[in-house]
Write a protein of this length. Sequence first.
Length: 282
Amino acid sequence: MTTLPLTSPKPDRGWRLFLRTIIARSYPRIIGQQREKAWIFFETFLPFVATAGYVYVYRAIQAPEDYIGFAVVGGAMTAFWLNVMWSMSAQMYWEKETGNLALYIMAPNSLMAILLGMAMGGLFATTLRAAVILVLGTWFFHVPFAVSNFLQLFAVFVLTMTALYGLGMLFASLFLLFGRDAWQMTNMLQEPVYLFSGFYFPVKSFGFAVALTASILPLTLGIDAMRQLIFASGPTLGFLSVPIEIGALVVLAIAFIVAARYWLNRMERLAVQEGTLTDRRR
């Protein structure tokens, strides 16, 4: 009787390891966020309350009905910005505080894959919350939609999310390098982005120069393009034409992802060379 030699399982490498890392880091975001009922409340109903405030202001001044839709769409998009800032940008700093960052750097997995998994899991969970805000706002305030091009609308949403979460991955590495200022930076950026991205009003109201400067934020162009595509008066209140904004979103998505990869690699090199990046006292 012959016995077969025992062989150890072949470890994953290359794209298989990259893909498995993405799935592994997406799972806690999708499942874990559904278990935290407080997070569901804060990320769903609080943005809806803020949206309702703008809706009643527009109705008090007898603004066109499309402005109510502008506020509802902007309120739904706030869920994505909150997720990017609190669950992406400050994530590496929090992992450092809990002692997990050293494990991430020592593991054979790519840091880019780890953050990409966090982004995809957070995007899925946040899309559900944004959909709830949009449905509630549409039903409660009787928002009139007039979608002109579903394909362009889908492309704008995908490109906006790609650029936005690319920005979140870039911030994750930069905030870690800033150290203990990550918490303050997250708080500092939250409200200005609400203003300059035009969450509750057309960004065209700022004038061309300010609106162009604010276009460095993916949400500025994304929200503006979506409003042009789903409301009858959207094209007249848009900042730039939809094709131009789609092209700009492609450029932003590529730029932020490339920059995120560069800074993540640099952060990893610093951790190996200096051995102080994962020190909680720094």
